[in-house]
Design a protein around this ligand. Structure first.
Ligand code: SAM
Length: 288
């Protein structure tokens, strides 16, 4: 099995072994630069507890590197000819390979099956459908920590454009409304096989989604409720205002936090865990 698939010799060996030919209509331009791969991984800030969804893994070049850092990778590839190649190049990694069109995938369903994890998208997107994939995911308000994606440079610039500039348009407003966007790295067209006509850019979008707002609200309410009545046990101080004692008990038991602790005994991580459980429970409304 080949490591470092961004090295042209390794890439070509795999392509030859499987007699693979590129499809232009599927935007198949594979990365051949280790520095760019590294910049994407660094920009995405992948933690070993993260579930990473990669759209368009190709032969698994980026996927292998993501899998070294993430808890698990879910790779969605439309081209069925690439599936046996991915099974070969990713055999040593924890990667679920899904042979589907990313434009038809229900990302909310995937995310819902990993409720306890942070989910990130990392992808070198196919040129022709890159914009639609990003906007679909933003509009569906998929619960993501971040989306680190390579797009055509001009599209990425339009996504980040400021009012009064030539690039500013409806795409810029949509992205700004839905996410915080930043440039990770500009990428020359020379670092792909086959070489495309235009340069690319990797950007990172951190969705300003409702879940994040709910989470922050729950965090602040919890800490305030706890410390306002610091002599009470957390079971008494944190409950009320819509959070039933019974629901709180279940959450504390699930997290292994004793009921009789006081607010000052909980760490920030404890408050984060409780807040995450609260926003995951549809029956608890007052905190949202
Ligand atoms: N990740 C690889 C890399 O960086 O070398 C390949 C990136 S290549 C630019 C885009 C990949 O997306 C190709 O593997 C292509 O087959 C796949 N693809 C194209 N359209 C897709 C779609 N609608 N859904 C899922 N994958 C798609």
């Amino acid at each position: 099995m080949c490591d470092k698939l961004y090295m042209p010799n390794n890439l070509n060996r795999v392509l030859k072994k499987f007699d693979f030919s590129f499809s232009k209509s599927l935007g198949q331009n594979f990365l051949i630069d280790g520095n760019v791969v590294e910049a994407i991984i660094r920009g995405a800030e992948i933690k070993d507890s993260d579930i990473v969804i990669e759209i368009g893994p190709g032969i698994g070049t980026l996927t292998q590197q993501i899998a070294k850092y993430a808890k698990k990778v879910i790779a969605i590839e439309i081209d069925k000819r690439l599936i046996p190649i991915l099974e070969y190049t990713l055999s040593d990694f924890d990667v679920d390979i899904i042979n589907e069109d990313a434009l038809k995938v229900d990302f909310n369903e995937i995310v819902d099956s990993y409720r306890d994890s942070d989910i990130k998208i990392v992808a070198n997107l196919p040129y022709n459908v890159g914009t639609s994939i990003v906007t679909n995911i933003l509009e569906d308000r998929v619960r993501l920590e971040s989306m680190t994606v390579m797009l055509q440079k001009e599209v990425a610039q339009r996504m980040m454009a400021k009012p009064g500039t030539k690039a500013y348009g409806s795409l810029s407003v949509l992205v700004d409304y839905m996410a915080d966007a930043k440039e990770i790295i500009k990428v020359s067209k020379n670092v792909f096989i086959p070489k495309p006509k235009i340069d690319s850019m990797v950007i990172r979008l951190d969705p300003k989604n409702e879940n994040k707002k709910d989470f922050e609200k729950a965090m602040f309410k919890l800490t305030r409720a706890g410390f306002n009545q610091r002599r009470k046990t957390i079971l008494n101080s944190l409950s009320g205002d819509g959070l039933e004692k019974e629901d709180l008990k279940k959450i504390l038991d699930k997290l292994g936090i004793a009921h009789n602790l006081r607010a000052e005994n909980l760490s920030t991580d404890d408050y984060i865990s409780i807040a995450k459980e609260i926003i995951k429970s549809p029956e608890i409304e007052i905190y949202c």
